[in-house]
Design a protein around this ligand. Structure first.
Ligand code: CMX
Ligand code: CO
Length: 142
């Protein structure tokens, strides 16, 4: 069951200056940064609200590490902005299978590794009214 907004993914050209904007404008602090080579991103997670059971909500700021990555291609075409939304679930495997059975394209056969040891998959934006949609089970939930 999808139980929360886990994060909103925002594509940016320069992670450091974008992090500084969110810090100086809103007071949001970086909880975690990492490079995810498979996804082709350098990213920062800013926790907006959180609980100790993994039920937190974040902004995920994304800078491409390769031009041909999903975020690199998006930036070249659309410029900076909201790239995807992510719903949190305790069971990304079960929920993505159930959604696949409804005829929505799930991009991965098996969930892959996301930020902070989470497990993630994506739904094709063309099957979701133009919204690239991620499903995520945080590390504390699996
Ligand atoms: N939101 C909405 N629509 C999108 C989109 C997005 N983020 N990215 C691409 N599209 C649309 C394009 O506008 C395009 O539409 P038109 O044909 O009408 O112009 C269509 O999808 C195809 O776009 P494309 O540029 O050719 O892109 P690809 O098909 O190569 O890739 C996608 C699209 C969704 C398969 C790819 O972005 C993907 O695999 N995404 C999942 C992985 C990802 O986004 N990783 C980065 C985040 C990592 C994380 O969150 O941890
Ligand atoms: Co994401």
């Amino acid at each position: 069951m999808l139980t929360r907004i886990d994060h909103i993914g925002i594509a940016c050209h320069d992670l450091d200056t974008t992090v500084e904007f969110y810090r100086s404008t809103y007071g949001f602090e970086v909880l975690h940064t990492e490079v995810n080579e498979e996804q082709g991103v350098r990213e920062a997670m800013l926790r907006i609200n959180g609980t100790s059971d993994g039920g937190s909500s974040y902004l995920q700021l994304l800078e491409p590490v390769r031009e041909d990555s999903a975020v690199g291609k998006w930036l070249a075409r659309h410029g900076e902005g909201v790239h995807h939304i992510a719903f949190g679930t305790g069971d990304v495997d079960g929920d993505s299978e159930a959604i696949r059975d409804k005829g929505v394209r799930v991009l991965y056969d098996e969930p892959r590794t996301g930020t902070m040891g989470s497990r993630i998959t994506f739904l094709h934006p063309k099957d979701c009214h133009g919204v690239l949609t991620e499903l995520v089970t945080s590390a504390t939930e699996h």
